[in-house]
Ligand binder design. Structure first.
Ligand code: NAD
Length: 382
C-alpha cells in the first residue's frame, strides 16, 4: 500500500498530516510512505527527517496524488486537489462535510472513498482518533494566550509594592473541548473564570476546573444525537443573551467557542452587549470561521468596537504547528491501524468507526446527514 502525505496549500496552513515518528511506525508495518517535498517544512519537520525513517520524498505532485492508494491531509481539501486524486483511491482528512456537501459529492463522482475526520464517532474506542478534540485543545489554549497578550492588564492577581492588582475576569462561552481548555489555561494564568454552555453536562466539568458556571435555565432540549449541542429556538437564544449581558459587561476578556455542527455559529454577543463592555476589553471569537459568536466579529481580522478589541481567529491550530501536527498525526495513525492489515489496505465497513467516518464510497455519499445537507443546499439554490 502506498500512502501519500500531501503538502498543505491553503494560505496560512502550517501543519502536516503525519510527522516522522508516525511515518516510522507505518514503514515498520510495511506501508510505503510518500511525502510531498517540503510537506513538513512549515511545522519544522524536514524532508531529511522523513527520509531517515524510510519515507520517499516525491517532488511530482501529479504522481503523488494520482498514484497513491491513500492520501492524507490536515488542511481543507481544495477543489483542484479533488481532481488530482486517483479514481477509486482513498482520502483521509478534514472535509467539513455538513457545511460543504458539494465537495463530498465531487469526491463521490470520482469514486473516491473519503473519510472525514470530523465524522469519527465521539466514542471511547475512537478517542485516540478524535482529531476535532486534538485540534480544539490547541485552539482553546491559544485563544487565551491571544486574549492575555491583547489585554492591557495582568491576568493574575498580584500583590506588589506598588499596590494590589485585581485578577482579570474571563468569560468562556461554549464549554466543549476548546472551551474547557480555555478555562484551564485562563485559570493557570490566574484569571477569575466564568463559563457557560447550553449542554447541562458541562456544569460539573466547568466547576471541576475551578470556574464558575453561569446558569441559564433553558426550557427546551439542548443536546442532539452524538452529544452535540442543538440549535436553540429564537426565544431561548434571546433568554440566553439577557442572562449573559451582565456577565459580558463586567468581563475583561470573553472567549467564545460555541458551535453547532453543520449550522452557522449562534450569536451570543450582540453589538449592544459589546457596547456595554469596558474599553480595553478583548473578545476572542473561535467561531469566526462559522459566522462568529459575536456580531462584531470579522473572520481573520482584529476590529475595534467602542474600544473593545474583537479578534476573529481563523485556524488557530495552525499557529502551533508542531503540537497540532503531532497530535493529529497520532489520530491518523490510530485510524490507519484499523485500515491496514498485512501491509495492505483492508477497509472493514462493519466497524462503526470506519463506517461512521466514511462520507463517500462506490460513487455515493454514504452519510445521511451529508446527503440531507446537499439536498438543503441544492433546494436553496433552486
Ligand atoms: P463543538 O465544537 O461542536 O461546540 C463547542 C461548544 O459550544 C459545545 O460544548 C456546545 O454545547 C456549545 N454550544 C453550542 N451552542 C451554544 C449556545 N447557543 N450557547 C452556548 N454554548 C453553545 O463541541 P465539541 O467540543 O466538539 O464537543 C461536542 C460534544 O462531543 C460534547 O458533548 C463533548 O463532550 C463530546 N466529546 C466526546 C468525546 C469522546 O467521548 N471521545 C471527545 C470530545 C468531545
Amino acid at each position: 500500500m502506498k500512502l501519500a502525505i500531501a503538502k498543505e496549500v491553503e494560505a496560512g496552513e502550517r501543519r502536516v498530516a503525519l510527522v516522522p515518528d508516525a511515518v516510522a511506525r507505518l514503514v515498520k508495518q510495511g506501508v510505503e510512505v510518500w511525502v510531498q517535498a517540503g510537506a513538513g517544512a512549515k511545522s519544522f519537520f524536514s524532508d531529511l527527517a522523513y527520509e531517515e525513517v524510510g519515507a520517499k520524498i516525491i517532488a511530482d505532485t501529479g504522481m503523488l496524488w494520482g498514484e497513491a492508494d491513500v492520501v492524507v491531509k490536515i488542511g481543507a481539501l481544495q477543489e483542484t486537489e479533488v481532481y488530482q486524486l486517483r479514481e477509486g483511491g482513498v482520502f483521509i482528512g478534514f472535509l467539513n462535510p455538513l457545511a460543504n456537501p458539494a465537495l463530498v459529492q465531487r469526491l463521490a463522482d470520482r469514486r473516491v472513498t473519503a473519510f472525514s475526520m470530523e465524522m469519527i464517532p465521539r466514542t471511547s474506542r475512537a478517542q485516540s482518533m478524535d482529531a476535532l478534540s486534538s485540534q480544539a485543545n490547541v485552539a482553546g489554549y491559544k485563544a487565551v494566550l491571544i486574549a492575555a497578550a491583547a489585554l492591557p492588564k495582568y491576568f493574575p492577581m498580584l500583590t506588589t509594592a506598588a499596590g494590589t492588582i485585581r485578577p482579570a475576569k474571563v468569560l468562556v462561552m461554549g464549554a466543549g473541548v476548546a472551551g474547557l481548555q480555555a478555562i484551564a489555561t485562563a485559570r493557570r494564568l490566574g484569571a477569575v473564570v466564568e463559563a457557560f454552555d447550553i449542554r447541562p453536562d458541562t456544569k460539573e466539568q466547568v466547576q471541576s476546573l475551578g470556574a464558575k458556571f453561569v446558569d441559564v435555565e433553558l426550557k427546551e432540549e439542548t443536546v442532539a444525537t452524538g452529544g452535540y449541542a442543538k440549535e436553540l429556538s429564537e426565544a431561548a437564544k434571546e433568554h440566553t443573551r439577557q442572562v449573559l449581558t451582565q456577565h459580558i459587561s463586567t468581563a475583561d476578556a470573553v472567549i467564545t467557542t460555541a458551535r453547532v455542527p453543520g449550522k452557522k455559529a449562534p450569536v451570543l454577543v450582540t453589538r449592544e452587549m459589546v457596547s456595554q463592555m469596558k474599553p480595553g476589553s478583548v473578545i476572542v471569537d473561535l467561531a469566526a470561521d462559522q459566522g462568529g459568536n459575536c456580531e462584531c466579529t470579522e473572520a481573520g481580522k482584529e476590529v475595534e468596537w467602542n474600544g473593545v478589541n474583537v479578534i476573529g481567529t481563523i485556524n488557530l491550530p495552525s499557529s502551533m504547528p508542531v503540537h497540532a501536527s503531532e497530535t493529529y498525526s497520532k489520530n491518523i495513525l490510530a485510524l490507519l491501524q484499523l485500515m491496514v492489515k498485512d501491509k495492505e489496505l483492508n477497509l472493514n465497513f462493519e466497524d462503526d468507526i470506519i463506517a461512521g467516518a466514511c462520507v463517500a464510497r462506490n460513487g455515493e455519499i454514504t452519510n445521511q446527514g451529508v446527503r440531507d445537507a446537499l439536498t438543503a443546499q441544492t433546494s436553496a439554490v433552486i
